[in-house]
Design a protein around this ligand. Sequence first.
Ligand code: ADP
Length: 226
Amino acid sequence: MISLQSVSKLYNEGRPSETTALSGIDLEIARDALTVFKGPSGSGKTTLLSIIACMARPTSGRIYVDGRMTSGLPESFLAKERRRTFGFVFQRFNLIRGLTVMENVLLPTAPLGGNPQADIDRAAARLDTLGLGPKANVAVEHLSGGEAQRAAIARALINDPPVLIADEPTANLDTELALRFLDIVAGLRAEGRAVIMTSHDARIWGSELVDKVVSMRDGRLDEGTS
Ligand code: ADP
């Protein structure tokens, strides 16, 4: 579903501070799979995730999402591709304090201008599935860590993206919540979604729920990744 061909990324190109964050990455990412990028800090995991999710452009190389080439798209098209294809869960969840769970979950629907009642119904159904129905009208600052995590997942899924992207989503969670996160996202496979996450957390990439571990070092894929 996602294909990378010879993808490289330089930061500060041509300046003394030039950094090669990614170097000649070839990778295929399947639908219905939970893929984890692992590697030490600075190995390029976040950069790779950002490029796949149309948040940044590669310096060279090509990226295809469902056969559509996204590398080289102008910004307005890239933003459209980002909105229709990807849902995001951030390390600190980035829920907006002062808004309720429902209001947070509905935030990504705003740019699409769809049917507000249909959006609310979809949000309510997802919150129910995640066991958060009773918390829909609670301000997010009153949620526990596990509830905040599930609210963030509900928000990431509200526009029904085929791909869920999560950057170090378990870095601030205790073991029980980290495994619960994995359980939930592994369940999204059954809905036909791809889940791609970064983690340097052995609890995550050691789990049997993970379909593919992509190991990175110094901006390259480690031997053994296929
Ligand atoms: P990881 O997620 O594995 O920690 P990153 O993708 O964040 O790795 O970083 C890869 C390399 O690119 C590192 O050397 C980092 O310092 C550098 N880098 C990341 N983002 C930027 C940026 N915005 N500007 C300059 N260098 C960056």
